[in-house]
Write a protein that binds this ligand. Structure first.
Ligand code: ATP
Ligand code: MG
Length: 331
């Protein structure tokens, strides 16, 4: 388990101090695929680099499996780091080394590269990431997606329990992104590695994460299960990141009553909109809809409008309440 307690990082320079993250409290459970999302400059990279102490926090504790990394010796820190793999946006491969020598590199640092096991480990990792036939190639001979696969294999060489990914798919096209996310999911499920994913793209979170923390302006403004945050983002920044179209829909001036319906996993077996129109006789328009099913249950939002009258408002809201659909009146 990874626990960040009141973590703060302030960079000092001649131009003054920059507090990149402040008051960060976060728990990441073993087995999670934990997403951290935010805009550029929000503090995401700083946060993830504090997890393996590539950045020394100015304040607070970083506790991994009960041990506070800010308090251990350098020697111990190096040991702990072998348990935390890291993958970067620009792959950071060693250009003069072949694919297999890149993957072997962490084993060399750990002085475990000479054994037969090390050789087998490299072959096994290349197979895991689907690059066995590129073992003797150099990074320059690979596509972006292949480079990231090598970087992932390298990050896993010392069999870490945790894998940190800082914008690991940001330099890749959508299709390659999908395949790398699939690989990360496979690593999580088959090897039990806890994966922490930093991104500015909601689709990355949506695709594989179980938990999410939203970071804005150095602070965590929202966190929880992806399905809950997705269904009802509370902070303005989460709303912007998750459903930019919803913002436009709710801002549109129509003169009608506008309700945002929030589907939060409650079963809705009835055809809601047609029931409003046919059973209640209220002529409802859908201004926006983005609902998805997770484990067979509906999540997401719909914005509906109907002509402004107290009677219609009462009818519709009573109907929604009786059918366990949460709603919010938008102005
Ligand atoms: N080494 C550094 N020295 C001084 N300031 C820094 C340093 N690293 C980051 N910062 C500042 O800290 C803030 C957060 O930066 P950080 O790199 O963590 O953001 P980010 O969310 O990862 O952004 P991006 O999505 O662009 O990668 C920024 O204002 C940045 O300028
Ligand atoms: Mg960054």
């Amino acid at each position: 388990m990874i626990e960040l307690v009141n973590v703060e990082k302030t960079y000092s320079s001649q131009k003054g101090d920059t507090t990149a993250i402040e008051n960060i409290n976060l728990s990441i459970n073993d087995g999670d695929i934990y997403g951290i999302i935010g805009l550029s400059g929000a503090g995401k990279s700083t946060l993830v680099r504090c997890i393996n102490l590539l950045e020394q926090p100015t304040k607070g504790s970083v506790i991994i499996d009960g041990e506070d990394l800010t308090k251990v010796s350098n020697k111990r820190l190096l040991q702990i780091r072998q348990n935390i793999g890291m993958v970067f946006q620009h792959f950071n491969l060693l250009q003069q080394r072949t694919v297999e020598d890149n993957v072997r590199f962490p084993l060399e640092i750990a002085k475990k590269h000479k054994s037969k096991e090390a050789k087998d480990r490299v072959a096994e990792l290349l197979q895991l990431v689907g690059l066995s036939e590129k073992a003797k190639s150099y990074p320059a001979e690979l596509s972006g997606g292949q480079k990231q696969r090598v970087a992932i294999a390298r990050a896993l060489a010392t069999s870490p329990k945790y894998l940190l990914c800082d914008e690991a798919t940001s330099a890749l096209d959508p299709q390659t992104t999908e395949s790398i996310l699939e690989l990360l999911k496979k690593i999580n499920q088959s090897l039990g590695v806890t994966v922490i994913i930093i991104t500015h793209e909601m689709k990355v979170i949506e695709k594989i994460c179980t938990k999410v923390a939203v970071i804005d302006n150095s602070h965590i403004v929202e966190m929880g299960n992806v399905s809950d945050v997705f269904a009802d983002p509370k902070s303005e920044i989460a709303r912007q990141l998750i459903i930019p179209d919803l913002i436009r829909a709710t801002a549109e001036k129509t003169g009608d009553i506008k309700l945002r319906l929030i589907f939060n996993g409650e079963e809705t077996d009835k055809p809601l909109i047609s029931a409003l129109a046919l059973d209640l006789g209220v002529s409802v328009n859908i201004l926006y809809a983005d609902t998805k099913h997770y484990n067979g249950k509906p999540y997401g939002h719909m914005v509906i409008t109907f002509p402004d009258s107290d009677e219609a408002y009462k009818k519709v809201t009573t109907y929604l309440t009786n059918n366990h659909v949460a709603f919010k009146k938008e102005l």
